[in-house]
Design a protein around this ligand. Structure first.
Ligand code: UGA
Length: 434
């Protein structure tokens, strides 16, 4: 099939590259010419494991192209996938301006019978709005088919998630359209769930908000564990082994971040409110998450009394491992709180330093290695669970610190290693301290 993907962010680029990998002819379109320039040279503008290799391979084999011209990119296409961003507006709702602009811009280039698929996360009813905009801006008397096909990939494992999805949701108002999209995904051999467009739009929000709620739930259990002397890892295992609950997204820590959960929980809460539903469960999910991001600073204050002039080594800046994305990263709030307390922060992250500088500027210093960050530090805060931090020689690290104390916000350190600790103090989340 000939497919055009609009938007070369995480979702658009991963989708485009993977659709090419399974044999389709894909053109990725983005109005950002700088990005397109980079992509044409085989460079991925984002850090995502395996993405650049697959990009190069499929471009070399002639199945993947990049352009900023709608005229070229949409010519003869069977399916157009809209994967532009829907960031958060000031009031917390999804900002649809990119998707609306996209609809207007592609309209004059569309041919009769083309299928337009919305992959971006959009509130219920957006497909209908987009269809109206396209119909009022297209030149000819054409018919188009709309479909909703939300994406469930995670940053850091985007390629694997796209090539091996748990399920594919296809929301369409006719069997013919749904079958066409199913055909596009056939090589993935994934379970397909066909629904109405509105249901598909809502499935995405319902899934993200549920996962975020699962995280806030286990985080509150972790806080309770600290009070009653229980271990949240044991609780998560004990709960999650029940198939009805499931083990994933029960990892306690300092809360969720990223470009999806925070904005999607807020947007779903607003949508519900708009329709007269008081979804206060989601309000609690957000409140617990906000509080959880303050946990390490609260613990350090309790331990030290005051954090004024204390040197804190921050391990990890990105919102999760295997990505350089800083959007809504818990590290941002932690750094602001530490700065307010008068602490000096030196941070190390394997890949996110460049992006972190844009957000945090010179509020903190940046180290090139964990070893550099901990020199004379009073405490380490583990903020992101990069594998690198799980394999550190903790005894060596602690020896080089002024004060050998670790506050682990992601329960990264291995139990067997902790028993070897000769010096120092270790404060995990929801587990007994050492
Ligand atoms: C999330 C969803 O998992 C994807 O299915 C969805 O497609 C995506 O949003 C999206 O809407 O585009 P993502 O934000 O990339 O994916 O990352 P996750 O792996 O879901 O992690 C989100 C946050 O939750 C991270 O800050 C992570 O550290 C935190 N988390 C995750 C926990 O604190 N505990 C857990 O057990 C799992």
């Amino acid at each position: 099939m000939k497919i055009s993907v609009l938007g070369t962010g995480y979702v658009g680029l991963s989708t485009g590259v993977c659709l090419a990998e399974i044999g389709h002819f894909v053109t990725c379109i983005d109005i950002n010419q700088h990005k397109i320039g980079q992509l044409c040279q085989g460079k991925s503008p984002i850090y995502e494991p395996f993405l650049e290799n697959l990009l190069l391979k499929n471009a070399d084999e002639g199945r993947l192209k990049f352009t900023s011209s709608y005229l070229n990119g949409l010519e003869g296409t069977d399916i157009i996938i809209l994967a532009v961003g829907t960031p958060q507006s000031e009031d917390g709702s999804a900002d649809l301006s990119y998707i609306m602009k996209c609809a207007k811009d592609i309209a004059p280039h569309l041919t009769d019978g083309v299928t337009v698929v919305i992959k971006s996360t959009v509130p219920v009813g957006t497909n209908e709005l987009v269809e109206k905009i396209i119909m009022s801006h297209c030149n000819n008397d054409i018919t188009i088919n709309m479909a909703s096909n939300p994406e469930f990939l995670r940053q850091g494992s985007a390629i694997n998630d796209t090539l091996h999805p748990d399920r594919i949701i296809i929301g369409a108002n006719s069997k013919k359209v749904a079958d066409k999209i199913e055909e596009m995904y056939l090589p993935l051999k994934a379970p397909i769930i066909k629904t109405s467009i509105r249901s598909a739009e809502l499935i995405k929000y319902a899934s993200n908000a549920f996962l975020a709620t699962k995280i806030s739930y286990i985080n509150q259990i972790a806080n309770l564990c600290e009070m009653v002397g229980a271990d949240v890892n044991d609780i998560a295992l004990g709960m999650g082994t029940d198939k009805r609950i499931g083990l994933s997204f029960l990892q306690a820590g300092i809360g969720y971040g990223g470009s999806c959960f925070p904005k999607d929980v807020k947007a779903l809460h607003l949508t519900a409110e708009k329709h007269g539903i008081q979804f206060s469960l989601l309000k609690e999910t957000m409140r617990i998450n906000d509080e959880q991001q303050e946990l390490l600073v609260k613990k350090a204050k309790k331990r030290f009394g005051s954090l004024k002039s204390k040197k804190i080594a921050l391990f990890g800046l990105s919102f999760k491992p295997n990505t350089d994305d800083m959007r809504e990263a818990p590290s941002i709030k932690i750094v602001r709180l530490l700065s307010n307390e008068g602490a000096n922060v030196v941070a190390y992250d394997p890949v996110a330093t460049h992006n972190a500088r844009e957000v945090l500027g010179n509020m903190i210093s940046y180290a090139n290695s964990p070893e550099e960050a901990i020199l004379d530090a009073d405490a380490v805060f583990i903020v992101t669970d990069w594998d690198e931090f799980k394999h550190l020689n903790i005894t060596n690290i602690l020896k080089k610190m002024r004060c050998p104390i670790i506050f682990d916000g992601r329960n990264c350190l291995d139990e067997s290693m902790l028993h070897l600790l000769e010096i120092g103090e270790y404060y995990p989340v929801g587990r007994p301290s050492v």
